[in-house]
Design a protein around this ligand. Structure first.
Ligand SMILES: [Zn+2]
Length: 389
């Protein structure tokens, strides 16, 4: 047999396996007969593939049987505990660390705080590792299987080499975090940009499921976006596509933490707003600024009004650049005050160029603060399945 034909057959087998596993993940509990019917494959092929999944522990027979006429068939479903991922969502001063199962449930969650601008990166990572170590100990006393560690990080992340190229939020430049963690625990470790991870989670589990052209914009300690095209993240040449927070809005504006002047995020992030607000009042959080706005304090009304304008501009710019069918708004800003989604929609509708009107839908995330952890877990699970199937 020629090498090419053999290669094609192997690839076909892999595609079929992925398709059947996805069907069980989406439609389970489901019978072998229904899988054969949906995929047009022979019952023998289905049985063989299902046996492979059972051996890996991914799929199990449930104690349910099919309803309707004819012989009762045992239904299959995924085993959520067959795969566990240690998932980390890093931000400027806090990391969420937990365990995500094969079905996308967060079954354990802890938090670690630090000051990334004062501490060396090794100290920050050691703090996170101490918590990971504790979780691994707990996991080892169960039947479950950890397949790897995934970390979502704000900033420019080289997902292939496992290095953080530049993260203004963390104050990190060229940090080899994957090497460091793999040496400590021996588990395969995957990193990606946090916003790209969130977009993946929305596409697998959340608000953009089924969308072919979706954009996600995150308003948090930074401002960033991610684009999903045909179920895949658009990464650009160095995995940096979507860094809208550092597009220049005002060349005479304020200094950004990236070292340049007048970036979009200097009008939007909590830290930037607090700095400006302090000319009027000693506030420490965006919540206090919102409280002052609700109390009718003029400075706060103007500052929040300007914030909405720039958020609207950011969303309009993304819509003009990518022409998405869905725009998901995520991040601390909207988690803090979900009702601002309506304000954002109105600002975008008022500003958007006419040909784009009614071409998009703006939504909040239904995964909310879970999306970062679920996204990196998905990346780790996909890599694992790619290697195993
Ligand atoms: Zn900047």
């Amino acid at each position: 047999m020629s090498q090419i034909i053999k290669h094609d057959q192997e690839l076909m087998k892999k595609i079929n396996k992925e398709m059947i596993l996805n069907l069980i993940r989406e439609k389970g509990p489901i019978s072998r007969a229904d899988l054969a019917k949906i995929t047009n494959m022979s019952p023998t092929s289905i049985s063989r593939i299902v046996t492979d999944f059972s051996e890996l522990g991914l799929v199990k027979e449930t104690n349910l049987t099919s309803s309707g006429v004819g012989r009762k068939a045992i239904l299959l479903d995924t085993d959520p505990n067959s795969i566990h991922v240690i998932s980390v969502e890093m931000d400027q001063s806090i990391s969420k660390i937990g365990v995500v199962d094969f079905d996308g449930n967060i079954i354990l969650k802890e938090e670690v705080t630090y000051d990334s601008h004062v501490m060396d990166w090794e100290k920050v990572v050691d703090k996170i590792c101490n918590t990971i170590g504790g979780i691994i100990e707990q996991e080892n006393s169960t039947e479950s299987k950890i397949i790897g560690i995934g970390i979502g990080i704000p900033g420019i992340v080289d997902d292939k080499s496992g290095r953080v190229v530049f993260s203004p939020q963390l104050g990190w430049k060229d940090v080899g975090i994957v090497d460091y963690i793999e040496k400590r625990f021996g588990y395969k470790t995957t990193i990606d940009n946090l916003i790209k991870s969130k977009a993946i989670a929305e596409n697998v589990y959340g608000s953009t499921k089924g969308s072919k052209r979706a954009a996600l914009i995150n308003f948090g300690t930074g401002v960033g976006s991610a684009l999903i095209v045909n179920e895949e993240i658009y990464r650009g040449i160095t995995n940096s596509a979507g860094e809208i927070g550092h597009t220049t809005i005002d060349p005479n504006g304020r200094l950004c933490d990236c070292g340049r002047i007048g970036c979009l995020q200097t009008f939007i992030t909590e830290e930037a707003l607090i700095q400006e607000a302090r000319a009027f009042k000693n506030v420490y959080s965006i919540k206090e600024i919102f409280d002052s706005e609700i109390a009718g304090e003029n400075w706060a009304i103007n500052l929040i009004d300007r914030l909405y304008t720039y958020v609207g501009i950011a969303v309009c710019n993304v819509i003009c650049m990518y022409n998405p069918d869905t725009v998901i708004i995520t991040g601390k800003l909207i988690e803090e005050r979900p009702e601002i989604l309506d304000v954002i929609m109105k600002r975008v509708d008022d500003r958007i160029w006419a040909p784009f009107k009614n071409t998009y839908e703006i939504k909040g995330s239904n995964l909310c603060e879970k999306s970062g952890m679920l996204g990196v877990a998905s990346l780790v699970i996909n890599k694992y399945l790619d290697a195993e199937l």
